[in-house]
Write a protein that binds this ligand. Structure first.
Ligand SMILES: *Cc1c(COP(=O)(O)O)cnc(C)c1O
Length: 377
């Protein structure tokens, strides 16, 4: 096995993978309708539930072929009963995506907006639930990847259940990194895709959630032919297969990634991501960068730095300098402030971040940006 050129991806997914995961895609050709392949998916589905400590009787996982957004689409269009309304608790770009999905399907919904740099106000959330007894589904994002803010899902989930609604949480940028306990966190459905916390590849996404709610959703309106949670679940239960062609090679890679996940261990893996995150913040602090999210409200995986007030600052130039040297940095995703992001996902460690900051500082100096960076006022 020749080593593959290693890039350190500091973008919010896909993340840096190990060579063993990369090479796990190289397998003899197989028709995914063979029993051998269905057997692989069974183990994979169970592992995905175990990662969030779900009881296999009560919770299940359903796989889809697509990028992470497919999960948001599926949960929202499949889990809303007739005559009910969606409530999106929205403090960022990914919850806004859920609002757009409601708009595209023409679903009655409330877009409960909060500032992107603040946690949702739980009193307002509760009042909204109280005032709108027809809310059947509440959706929010665990770690708003656009900024890196951590939302209080356990507390929100308790309110959602008090008012008898279903709680779907976009955990795409925390799953298999920041520990989640689906039951204790009051989550009915969470979701992710293989290229983020699992450190595998794009093309495989999955929803982990409450089996009895999925079964009940059999009678909810079917709003999509390809993206319906119950129909895909039913197919898995009956045949062990996806309804349509699965992403075969990504599934092989993800099974290898899961082996590596269990070998590293939940606690050690989270400790590693935290080390990387702390090293990123220390590096940004040393260079004088300000961040958008208060330290105590960060999810520990995304650092969102504000552009300095320097006429020579050019994200493009800094990006290109780093990219040519094997480090990928990423623009921000908030409309009010110009930011860039450095993320702690993937098969990387503290030493990679030390190496990165050597290159990043060179990039600033060589493009004429004053270091430490300056802000007006
Ligand atoms: C990455 C991500 C997604 C999925 O984005 P895709 O580009 O469709 O893979 C969804 N939600 C969150 C919070 C994410 O970080």
């Amino acid at each position: 096995m020749d080593p593959v050129k290693r890039n350190v991806l500091l973008n919010p997914g896909p993340s840096t993978t190990t060579d063993t995961v990369k090479y796990a895609q190289v397998v003899p050709d197989i028709c995914p309708r063979e029993k051998e392949f269905a057997g692989l998916m069974k183990g994979l589905r169970e592992d995905l539930v175990k990662i969030v400590h779900g009881d296999l009787e009560k919770y299940t996982s359903v796989l889809f072929c697509g990028s992470g957004t497919i999960n948001i689409d599926i949960c929202i269009n499949s889990l809303l009963a007739e005559g009910k309304k969606v409530l999106v608790i929205n403090n960022g770009a990914y919850s806004s995506r859920a609002v757009e999905i409601c708009q595209f399907y023409g679903l009655p919904h409330i877009d409960l907006k909060f500032p992107v740099d603040q946690r949702p106000d739980l009193a307002v959330v509760e009042q909204t639930l109280k005032d709108n007894p027809d809310i059947g589904l509440v959706h929010t994002t665990h770690n708003e990847t656009g900024t890196g803010i951590l939302n209080p899902i356990r507390e929100i989930g308790a309110l959602v259940h008090k008012y008898n609604a279903i709680f779907t949480v976009d955990t795409t940028s925390t799953y298999a990194m920041r520990p989640i306990n689906i039951e204790e966190d009051n989550i009915d459905f969470c979701m992710a895709s293989a290229q983020k916390g699992l450190m595998s590849f794009t093309g495989l996404s999955f929803v982990v959630g409450n089996r009895s709610i999925i079964e009940k959703s059999k009678d909810f309106p079917k709003r999509s032919y390809y993206c319906n949670l119950y129909l895909q679940y039913e197919c898995f239960e009956k045949t062990g297969e996806m309804h349509f062609t699965p992403p075969v090679q990504t599934i092989y890679a993800t099974i290898q990634a899961l082996k590596e996940y269990w070998a590293e261990g939940e606690e050690a893996k989270w400790a590693r991501h935290t080390r990387v995150f702390n090293a990123i913040n220390a590096g940004l602090d040393e260079l004088g960068f300000k961040q958008v999210i208060k330290p105590e409200e960060r999810a520990g995986l995304v650092s969102s730095a504000i552009y300095p007030d320097d006429p020579n600052w050019s994200f493009e130039k800094v990006h290109d300098y780093c990219y040519e040297r094997g480090f990928t940095i990423y623009p921000g995703k908030i409309s009010t402030t110009n930011t860039f992001r450095l993320c702690s996902l993937g098969a990387i460690d503290e030493a990679d971040i030390k190496d990165f900051f050597v290159v990043f500082k060179e990039a600033l100096v060589s493009t004429g940006v004053q270091v430490p960076v300056q802000y007006k006022g």
